[in-house]
Design a binder for this molecule. Sequence first.
Ligand code: CA
Ligand code: CA
Length: 259
Amino acid sequence: MAAMKPAVPSAPTPMPGGFTLIELAIVMFIVTLLLGGMLLPLAGQQDIRNHGDTQKIMADARDALLGFAMANDRLPCPASAASNGVESPVGGGVCTDPHGGFLPAVTLGLSPIDAQGYLLDGWGGDVANRVRYAVSTSNTNAFTTNSGMRTTGMTALAPDLQICSTGAGMVNPGNPATAVCAANTTLSADAVAVVFSLGKNAGTGGAGAEESHNPNPQSAVAADRAFVSAPQGTAFDDQMVWLSRSTLYNRMVAAGRLP
Ligand SMILES: [Ca+2]
Ligand SMILES: [Ca+2]
């Protein structure tokens, strides 16, 4: 007896062409999700790149300051808002704006600079993105006066820029000579110079409790010797590097400028 052949299923009847509105809506929803998922990381990546570029620009600036010190026996004064990237006054001495000025990019020969001669950070080409710089005025401006460091002597030199992890509880904020970090918030109490950027929010931010301690257009606190380098967040995005006395002395001794 011949085996029964299994029944071959007939081919399914083809569906009518085209998509229903519900199918289209689902596709659109998925595409929106995918695009959103891609765009957000892209913006985040750009921020990370700008942050990294700014850190490198500031580190290079610190190196340039060290080179200038070895070649000139002093640090440059900051550029003022009107000095076109040149230290003010030319030749150093008593700086026009020791705590609230800009990196003197023209004096240091750095680039890229804007049309007025100021070095820009990694966040953009606006005036607000100019790299800032402050220098200690201690020992009667020894750090910015020709041969001032050598004349004063390493053991007597007492650079006084204060770097605080928060502005909360800062003592005498706004006083150029006596501002001090609150207890247990001192990152450095003897920095020679500070180089900083106002960060991503440079154009509009700076009025917050922490950023207002770093000279900026929105700051309510007068420029003084104390600066805040707090963790990055929504209220604080300034970026900062400072020149320690140890690093400066090490280079100056190596160059035969000290003691
Ligand atoms: Ca900022
Ligand atoms: Ca300050």
